[in-house]
Design a protein around this ligand. Structure first.
Ligand code: BMA
Length: 327
């Protein structure tokens, strides 16, 4: 390996080598999609969901659009990171005093362990879409932080460790609807409740494929060059937005500094489960697993707002590609 992932080993993560005949920097699992429509009672579609290693196995917080169309978050368990058993009741968060909170909706969760607590960052409503921060120690009891961000905001991605002593979070300020603009920003917090020191990180419109908006995806991966950041980029076409996957490397001590940004997308919707579905032409990366020993990376992504799929790469392949097509 030329490059190094700074993180834990994860020998049992799902992985397949790049198939012959492709030079794509990301490749799809041969058995995709891993979660198809109607996977459990009251869930019509599970997509844009987050998975992490947990107690030698895997756990996920899943966005399921329920049978009345409203998205909520559900826990799922897996031995192999591919086949999941879902809990059929949605996560119910409570406030600091233990009082249950009734959310209007919850979607696009990101999941990260930090100092022994598991944080779920997702989109929920506080008089319009904005970021919710949930926390749990055991995936049974879930507390919600008291309205950390103003509306309108989405795509909150928490860094997996403090940076210069503070929590750091990417987000994408937006509007109340299907936002047709959006850059990635960085915010800091000393206590996970009050966020500030906002910095602009990356703009849309760098290239056509991400001309309308961009938003951070999986938890940033710490590597020898800095933080490897996968993100989605959307481009407005005559038949709506097309969502592809991009990547960049930002500075380890100041993630608002972009060191390398790939001009090309890494993967765009091509397969039928990405180009056809509830919302066609959406490939939306949300979480990843990494193995520091081999440099392997697995990405969980939503396909067409309908299914969940797995993609693979490795640290050398992805960094070589970013540097080759750096803009
Ligand atoms: C975004 C979010 C995502 C969704 C995408 C495409 O605004 O709502 O959940 O995957 O649109 O519909």
């Amino acid at each position: 390996m030329k490059h190094k992932i700074y993180g834990k080993e994860l020998a049992n993560m799902p992985y397949e080598p790049r198939p012959a005949g492709t030079d794509s920097p990301l490749w799809r699992y041969s058995q995709n999609p891993i979660i198809s429509m109607n996977p459990f009672p009251n869930a019509s579609r599970v997509f844009n969901s987050a998975v992490m290693a947990y107690n030698g196995e895997f756990i996920g917080v899943f966005r399921a659009d329920t049978k009345n169309g409203i998205p909520f978050l559900f826990v799922g368990h897996s031995k192999d990171g591919i086949h999941f058993d879902f809990e059929i009741d949605p996560i119910v968060f409570h406030d600091k005093e233990g009082k249950p909170i009734k959310l209007e909706y919850a979607y696009d969760p990101r999941l990260v362990e930090l100092e022994g607590t598991y944080y779920i960052i997702f989109c929920t409503s506080n008089h319009g879409p904005t970021l919710g921060i949930g926390k749990t120690k055991d995936f049974k009891d879930f507390e919600l932080v008291d309205n950390p961000f103003l509306p309108f905001n989405r795509n909150g991605v928490l860094f997996p460790r403090k940076i210069n002593g503070e929590y750091a979070m990417f987000s994408r300020p937006s509007d109340s609807g299907h936002t047709q603009f959006g850059d990635i920003f960085l915010s800091y917090s000393k206590d996970m409740e009050y966020w500030g020191k906002h910095r602009h990180v990356m703009e849309r419109g760098y290239e056509w494929w991400c001309g309308t908006k961009i938003g951070a995806g999986p938890t940033p991966i710490e590597c020898d060059l800095g933080w490897l950041v996968f993100f989605h980029g959307a481009n407005l076409t005559c038949s709506g937005l097309v969502y592809s996957i991009g990547a960049a490397i930002v500075d380890r001590d100041d993630p608002s500094k972009v060191l390398h940004r790939c001009g090309n997308f890494l993967l765009a919707p091509e397969k039928i489960y990405e180009t056809s579905g509830y919302v066609p032409n959406v490939l939306f990366p949300v979480s990843c697993l990494t193995d520091a020993k081999t440099g392997r990376i697995a990405i969980y992504a939503g396909g067409a707002d309908t299914v969940t799929e797995l993609l693979f790469t490795d640290i050398d392949t992805v960094i070589d590609y970013i540097l080759k097509y750096e803009r």
